[in-house]
Write a protein that binds this ligand. Sequence first.
Ligand code: BYC
Length: 475
Amino acid sequence: MSTIDYSQKIPNNVNLSSDRTLQRALENWQPNFLNWWGDMGPAGSHQHEVYLRTAISAEPSGWAHFDHVKMPDYRWGIFLSPQVQDRKIHFGEHKGEDVWQEVPGEHRANLRRIIVTQGDTEPASVEQQRHLGMTAPSQYDLRNLFQINVEEGRHLWAMVYLLHRYFGRDGREEADALLERRSGQEDNPRILGAFNEQTPDWLSFFMFTYFTDRDGKFQLCALAESSFDPLARTTKFMLTEEAHHMFVGESGVSRVIARTCELMKKHNVEAPDQVRALGAIDLNTIQRYLNFHYSVTLDLFGADQSSNAATFYSSGIKGRYEEGRRVDDHLLKDLGYKILEVVDGRLVEREVPMLNALNEVLRDDFIKDSEAGIGRWNKVIEKAGLPFRLTVPHKAFNRQIGSLSGARIAPDGTPVSQAQWDANVTQWLPTVADRAYVSGLMGRVSAPGQYANWISAPLVGVNKQPTDMEYVRFN
Ligand code: BYC
């Protein structure tokens, strides 16, 4: 069934009331979630009424309802995409068999590991973004931040439902631990590297939602292929929400670039310090932020050779992006794939079994998808008649996971010595001074229809509303 029942304490479309034990367990977790939201959710926001969308149906058509709500009253719940009748496993060693409605014993540990890793990123991102509301450049942006935050909260619910429903006591313990780890905390950090970095300013936020939420898209697409049907269905529904997060990133960066270009043209300046004197973010700083978020996000795909990735695929737990559209045997045993390594100070390609390189396959799909948006950002600069172009750094640049970990590679792909790296890194990655400059620009703009000086207004409002609507009522 896919109608969402909002009359219950926990809105859901999984007929939760028919399983009293599960319902009670989740109702026990709910106050802990709300306490976590109170402590670690958006700072100072609990009385605001925010123009949010809420899911009304999990059907692909028309699921959103918009209204002003206080975020602690948001109806977080459990929504799975409708079940596809007679769905079959379509990759790996169980290809052709019925998908699993329960967890097969032999895949339990791996499935739990993946669900926990996915679940951990959701509250982590809310923690990373919790102070941004204080410095939102407009009501429109503040509302978008809050929309993303409540949806990440719901994505946590999605994974917690799977842990409670299918993994018994250890699943419940993992669900508790998801509320205990903290982004960036030394003794109990979040699982994946990028989710322990800070999101200290809005340029970081837009880069994060462009790049890191896109990792979310690709990982969720791979999980939506899973033979474990409840995981496939829940991630499929999460994907409908993810699209908005990436839109916020792409349009956010685009608006920063548009404003910078507008001021550069108006005052006929190009040098970064002249641009900064106008209170805008110079294009070189934007490039350095891009380099940072891109490279940190590439690491999220895991090691380029991973026996875990091979096992996840062969056992049918995690597919490839658009698995169904690929024309091979969906077993991949005899295929190879090229990965990069540094040998004798040179970057070289080496062919390895594709099954072991599936993290790299997904990373390369992500790279293609990311590049398209950067082309659109460059169009904004081109239209302004300026010669600057943003570029995507080489995939070996600034990597910390896998065979390229720690290699010293310039953004253009040239291997460099440690001394060359040290001499140039301030041109390649945001410096303390860059971050201080960008931070210094941040300050809340709260009047409807007003925008901070460093960002242009959006072209259209949320849900076809005017851009000067009161998206957030500060109470
Ligand atoms: N940081 O065999 P490998 C999202 C570790 S984002 C730190 O590749 P694995 C969202 C790894 O644990 C999507 N450590 O590992 C976006 C392993 O250590 P052990 C999130 C890392 O686990 C924005 C070792 O390196 N979803 O939804 O097989 C806002 C060997 O590596 C990292 C998923 O990621 C790292 N980045 O593969 C909100 C999907 N990478 O155990 C939300 C589920 C690797 O040997 N996760 N290590 O000590 C997976 O599919 C896999 O866990 C990964 C990594 C592909 C991430």
